[in-house]
Design a protein around this ligand. Structure first.
Ligand code: G6P
Ligand code: ZN
Length: 557
């Protein structure tokens, strides 16, 4: 038997390797520090007992992806992992990785991504561990990994030349088996098993004036988008843009919202495109945007749930629906109409996984441009985009000429409208952020907010309830406290304050506002107008501007 050269390297603890909402995210330069990546990878293996296991590895192709994979290969080989399944050239979108874990019955996955955060040598990288169900590791596991990073003294690594990741096939790397797979194929097969591609294709070929534009934002979804929109649906090459993945996302911020997806917004508006859509760096987020029609993520998931019957995957109905707490309650109304359960979980896709595994959840979404279903255990950008095409194709069969706006207006007519917006104050000074949180907590804990009347330019708002959101997982009973501060008003509106758990440095305060109306005259109103007064109230009651010195949010979505 060949002897492999496994080395035990003495290391020192790196502080702050605590996974956030979605894995460990830091500047590339932080990961490049001596032993930093090695420590974290070894800690993952120490936490998940990798003996004889099969692990999927892939990333969004951002700068440092390749180096990190070579490190994982060497550490996996030295830690008795049996096999790594790796996307060709190290590429797997986050949803594709979730699918591969499930389809190949792997024991887990290491995903290399910082999602929608900018990439490149001066920007972010990330490492995230997923479980055998294909979903992000729950807090119990990420805590175990973190605990390990705080005491690590050595790591084991195989001394070997880098393995080429270019060719599909089976290889060995020291004692480790390595299977390199096509990054796109399994995912396309999955979507074909979910949606009515014949219906979509018929609709698009008989309505050639209905224009589609998919924007990959130079993230990982370019090749996935090409496979679906150009190769499968036979749309022209001009129906995809920014579809070449780049390690720095072309210098952009690969986050599909109205601010950062400006390339898409510009072309859609200029060319009057009926259906525009974008996905983020690692392919799990989506934005649906047509000429004069922006779909808020909260509405998007509600619409998909309402139209689920036209998607073959849901032909037997939906089991349950869910949203994250700050997401608007639009989907709750659909659940009520369908007579199915609806769950409100904390921010973070990992909270949906248990409900899906227990067969209680089919479709869910978050205000943060995440939409998905139990076909995998991650949110899925391209899935949501094809879901909308499936819905539009079905709607056009009944009523030719139906566009995004018609779908939205019909939805509001049926259920009423939830105005929703999120204000982000990025990279605020941590002291200021803490003061905001403390100040609201004071109001919550002393009960002094209840009954308080706040005047605004659109009328008075009286507080009916104020609390810190806490969640008890209905499946495993685990409790997650302090998941956001909620202030409700007598008219049913609410504001929520939360600190982001995905930033790589500084604090980001998120302010979420929601106002529901059944007044038909407001269904076509701009969101900004619909929530104007509520925003004023939120800023007054939190003293956000005073404590942070910020007069304007960094991003409004
Ligand atoms: C990621 C997570 C989502 C979460 C979003 C915002 O995309 O997967 O579940 O909603 O980040 O999280 P944050 O903690 O920054 O508000
Ligand atoms: Zn993402």
């Amino acid at each position: 038997m060949t002897r492999f050269n496994v080395q035990v390297i003495t290391t020192q603890v790196h502080d702050g390797q605590k996974p956030g909402t979605s894995g460990l995210r830091k500047r590339v330069k932080v990961f490049q520090q001596q032993h930093y990546t090695e420590n974290f990878v070894q800690s993952i293996f120490d936490a998940v007992s990798p003996d004889g296991k099969t692990i999927v590895v892939g990333g969004d192709g951002r700068f440092f992806n390749t180096e990190a994979i070579q490190t994982i290969l060497k550490i996996a080989a030295a830690n008795n992992v049996a096999k790594l399944i790796i996307g060709r050239n190290g590429i797997l979108s986050t949803p594709a990785a979730s699918n591969v874990i499930r389809k190949y019955k792997a024991d887990g996955g290491i995903l290399l991504t910082a999602s929608h955060n900018p990439g490149g040598p001066d920007n972010d990288f990330g490492i995230k561990y997923n479980m055998s169900n294909g979903g992000p590791a729950p807090e119990a596991v990420t805590e175990k990994i973190y605990e390990r990073t705080k005491t690590i003294k050595e790591y084991k690594i195989l001394e070997a030349q880098p393995l080429s990741l270019e060719e599909i096939g089976e290889f060995t790397f020291g004692p480790l088996k390595v299977q390199i797979i096509d990054s796109v194929k399994d995912y396309v097969e999955l979507l074909k098993s979910i949606f009515d591609f014949d219906l979509i294709s018929d609709f698009l070929t008989t309505n050639t004036s209905f224009k589609v534009l998919f924007d990959g934002m130079h993230g990982v979804t370019g090749p996935y988008g090409r496979a679906i929109f150009v190769e499968t649906l036979k749309l022209p090459e001009s129906s995809i843009q920014n579809a070449t993945p780049l390690p720095d996302f072309g210098g952009g911020h690969p986050d599909p919202n109205l601010t950062y997806a400006h390339d898409l917004v510009k072309v859609v508006d200029e060319k009057n495109i009926d259906f525009g859509a974008a996905s983020d760096g690692d392919g799990d987020r989506n934005m649906i945007y047509g000429a004069n029609a922006f779909v808020t993520p909260s509405d998007s998931v509600a619409v998909i749930a309402d139209w689920a019957h036209c998607i073959p995957y849901f032909k037997n109905g939906v089991k349950g629906l869910a949203r994250s707490m700050p997401t608007s309650g639009a989907i709750d109304l659909v659940a009520k109409a369908k007579g199915v359960e609806v769950f409100e979980v904390p921010t973070g896709w990992k909270f949906f996984g248990n409900l899906m595994d227990a067969g209680r959840l089919s479709i869910c979404g978050e205000e943060s441009f995440g939409t998905g279903s139990d076909h995998i255990r991650e949110k899925d950008g391209v899935w949501a985009i094809v879901a909308w095409l499936n819905i539009l194709a079905a709607a056009n069969k009944d009523k030719p000429g139906t566009g995004i706006n018609d779908i939205l207006q019909d939805h509001y007519q049926k259920y009423g409208r939830s105005f929703f917006s999120r204000y982000d104050y990025e990279e605020v000074d941590s002291d200021g952020a803490k003061k905001v949180v403390d100040h609201i907590n004071e109001g919550i804990n002393s009960n002094s907010l209840i009954g308080k009347k706040f005047a605004s330019s659109t009328g008075d708002f009286v507080v009916s309830e104020a609390f810190n959101f806490s969640y008890t997982d209905p499946i495993d009973g685990s409790v997650s406290k302090n998941q956001g501060q909620v202030v409700r008003f007598e008219d049913g509106s609410r504001v929520v304050f939360r600190l982001s758990g995905t930033g790589s440095h500084g604090a980001t305060i998120r302010l979420y506002v929601e106002r529901y109306t059944k007044d038909e005259t407001q269904y076509t109103l701009e969101t900004a107008k619909g929530i104007k007064g509520l925003i004023e109230v939120a800023l007054v009651l939190s003293k956000l501007e005073e404590f942070t010195g910020r007069k304007e949010p960094t991003v409004i979505t």
